[in-house]
Design a binder for this molecule. Sequence first.
Ligand code: HEM
Length: 487
Amino acid sequence: MWYKRSFDRVPKGLKPLPEPPGKKLIIGHLKAIGLEPHRRFKEWREHVGDIFMVQMGQERWIILNNMQLVNDLLQKRDWEIIQRKRLYAGSPNNEWFRKITPLVHGALNNRRINSYTNLINECTLELLQIFHRDGQTLQGLRPQSYLSYTNLNIMLNVIFAIKAKGIDDPLYKLLIDLSKRAFEFGTMKHRIFNFFPILRWVLSRRTTLKNAIQLRDDWETTVEGLLTQVKNDRDEKPCVARDLLKKLQEGRCDEFDVIHLSIGLINAGTETTSTALNWVIALLAKYPEYQARAHEELDRVIGKTRLPIKEDEPSLDFIRSFIKESMRWAAPLNFGVPHYIEEDDEYMEYHIPKNSLVVLANYSIHTDETRYKNANTFDPTRFLGIKESSAVLAQGKVELRDHFAFGAGRRLCSGIHLAEAELFLVTSRILWAFRIEPGLQSDGVTPTTIDLFKYTNKFTVCLDPYNVRFVPRHENVDSIIYQENSN
Ligand code: HEM
């Protein structure tokens, strides 16, 4: 009784946040939320309004379903509401976080990322060669693992100036395994311990704790090894870890910070970007008419004698718009990374209770008809003529933002510049070289189906595996993608 009352207490003059139907004793909305929470949030929004509270066992989630709320509660309010609790991508807004943030932003700002574009180009070229070699068969290939490899290599290059030597490289395999194990801790299976803290003491606590400690130790050992390579690199190639090691020498951080920041960046940047690219490839294969339009743009602006580079981005309006639309229509994270409120607050006469998670409901916002006309339709012309990057738009007026896939407010994705550079370079270069077609069935004639509505909600929204063929578009493809490598 006391427990229930402490949840319900609302200060005089304020009203409680609305709650959707289906709440049960002890489990709250856990059952009602179903297997597709993002769709359920949208459904509930129609009944109870744009802001509501969901009870997940003992955890409270405040769901923000429109961009004005995101603006008012995540962008305009001060630090208190933008803290997180026990979550993967970030720490609470504590002293450590405030010390580290300038280092992260310094290492990943737009100017710094521009200096890494040659590295991204190199990794992308290797991807084109793989697709050229293995992607032309009738059944084609599943792009996800190759995109993960390229993306992890970009992260390794940018963070440690180190490169894996192919999909069978033990370093690549080790890092993919570590990332997968880390993401496991973000799945519902493990969140159950947050919903019902008592379970920590009864169910598999020992195993979970042991696994978590083992994972931390494995990460630390691996990253310590990579940092030693950075320290011993006679060429002193520029990379994020080198920047951080300099700060270490200046006494602005310690060894622990460098190790854990590096681990955090690999985790935050790996699965997210490759998931986004996997959606882009599927959408291109699904809509040949839009692909043809991208090809026409590339032939007109770039021609057939060189690959696109970062500086071409402003002139490739359609491709830029396609990527933005893909991030809106199929955001890699349905709920971003939840924020956390530590003190009671109020908003529009509603009581916002402390100790709640604050969730940016990307799917509800991205399918809001008042903001995006024909919101359910994938329309890559939607953002034509919008020259600004998502990073620039995220700093401006909320109603002018393209999408919210990178979050909002002060805890906006720190890797946004790197992610956008990679999304553009990988997409435009693949399109320059290939026509992407669905792989063929065993009869060698019938195309396989790519179902854009079959996906798994893990930490990221992963499209079910599909096969595509990469068919070279013109006679210069071989010479350019192999010749550029030898330059
Ligand atoms: C398409 C790719 C990516 C997507 C969709 C994405 C999305 C996000 C989202 C939604 C958040 C939470 C924002 C919020 O709380 O409002 C986040 C945080 C973060 N991301 Fe990304 N991200 C991507 C790529 C990257 C990359 C490449 C890196 C690193 C190099 C990175 C590093 C981070 C970090 C460090 C945070 C935590 C920021 C903080 O807590 O202050 N992300 N990302």
